[in-house]
Write a protein that binds this ligand. Sequence first.
Ligand code: G3H
Ligand code: 13P
Ligand code: ZN
Length: 309
Amino acid sequence: MALITTKEMFEKALNSDYAIGAFNVNNMEIIQGIVEAAQIEQAPLILQVSAGARKYARPVYLTKLVEAAIADTGVDVALHLDHGEDFEICKKCVDDGFTSVMIDGSKYPFEENIRLTKEVVDYAHDHGVVVEAELGKLAGVEDNIKVDARSATFTDPDEAAEFVERTGVDSLAIAIGTSHGAYKFKGEPYLDFDRLKTIHALLPHTPLVLHGASSVLKEFVDRCNQYGGEIPGAQGVPEEMIREAVKHGICKVNIDTDLRLAMTAEIRRVLAENPGEFDPRKYLGPGREAITRMVQHKIRDMLNASGTR
Ligand code: G3H
Ligand code: 13P
Ligand code: ZN
């Protein structure tokens, strides 16, 4: 039992019929809920930490909590920095013991993204840490009015091949129509599968990563709404589309919003049904169980990863 890199899990998952879930963590209950699910499902696991999560929990807490979860359960975990925006935060995480970092240079011009990614790859590889980069921009819901306009920001397959070749990056996040958060599409959900297939054909040995992969399941949106707090117009990527993407080279699937919805819906239910309750354990406990159920569902029914560890 240890902190491990994604190298072996990606080698196994590449060109297989399953993908690895990468779940965002912010506190103890979320970490415990996810790790328990991976343990039950016997699935490989990536826990990822955003800059916002590091700021919220303070960096040392999340690293120590993940170490504690490994010691407690015996589950191997890859600890990954999500959306590192510059060299400094990637270096900090490498130095703090992360086994994987993402450098997100997607907002920069191609050459600058290559330069920055290469700088992180050189440092991380020297320290035995793997690197994910991003090429193409994940569009927001407002960009979804016209698919044509939106697809201009999608990952260019030839650029993707050149990018991987010149940076030596270990995995690549691509833009094919997903976006972060609970408001992904205004009209029909749309992912550019032809583009994904082309990228995968050009980069058959590179694990591809899908960000913004939450499905914003109706059951949880309805429950949030039922117990107060409207989330009008929320729409995610149908799980069937994620399953299809996994068949064409997507090896790592990033999920945060679905965990937030599951946990919050359950906490709202408990507090609505027990208005006199003020012991945090009485609602955080059920919140943690809701995380476990959601992660088990994702691993088993969407990622097809049960029993692959
Ligand atoms: O991609 C973003 C993740 O959902 C993390 O979100 O920056 O609010 O922690 P955050
Ligand atoms: P969601 O907002 O769709 O859960 O995406 C999370 C993500 O991509 C984290 O990097
Ligand atoms: Zn993301």
